[in-house]
Write a protein that binds this ligand. Sequence first.
Ligand SMILES: [Zn+2]
Length: 249
Amino acid sequence: MRQKDRNVHTIGIIFRKTPFKETSLILEVFTQELGKISVIAKGIKREKSKDLGLTEILNELELVLHKTNEWYILKSATLIKSHLFEVDFKKNILMQAAVEIYRQLIIPEEDSKKLYDLLIKYFNYLKQVNINGIAIFWRFLLRVFVILGIELNVTKCVNCKKQKTDFMGYYPQKNGFICKNCYRPVLKNSIIKISDEVTSIFSNIYQIGNILNKIEISKSTINQINRIFLIHLSEHFHKRFHLRSLEMY
Ligand SMILES: [Zn+2]
């Protein structure tokens, strides 16, 4: 990043765009170095503006920005990659889901680059997947948690600390899972029961890319796992998290 001329050079990906006045747009951009920022693209909606096409959602751009006290103003942009280009409906949703989570997070500047690289890696991996892409989304989320320092261990029991493949449920207060051996009926109201299918996905999650074609993931498993991840985020950040984009998955 150079700042000699008060211009900021960075690489970023467009998360959102909102119309601003007659001819302008406000872009929410997730950048490698600055985290999430708001950028005004002045006059970009004017006829003949060749840059309008650059502002599609999930376009990755090389940006030159002018920093004022309150805003970043777009000076120029060069397209690196259109991540949604020729992406089918389901993958589109899974990409939007990642963005939905990032938009709800407060991203510290020091984690920005790692989370940026992870997002791009996730997009690229997802594009090669033919089926069960949702599992790739879950693996992505687990990696996001590690970067944020809120790791969720999906293979170890929070009580006996052993590697397990027979979990009874998710235990929000302990930020983890409890195995069938450690479960006591008194915990009934403190845990969220999970199915054997959920446990089996978790025990394979870090190799899941190799078995995507061999597994079936039911609607109820999808709902259970998404719910656990949202609760995990809410427990740590003390606010509600949502995944509306996945309602259509
Ligand atoms: Zn246990």
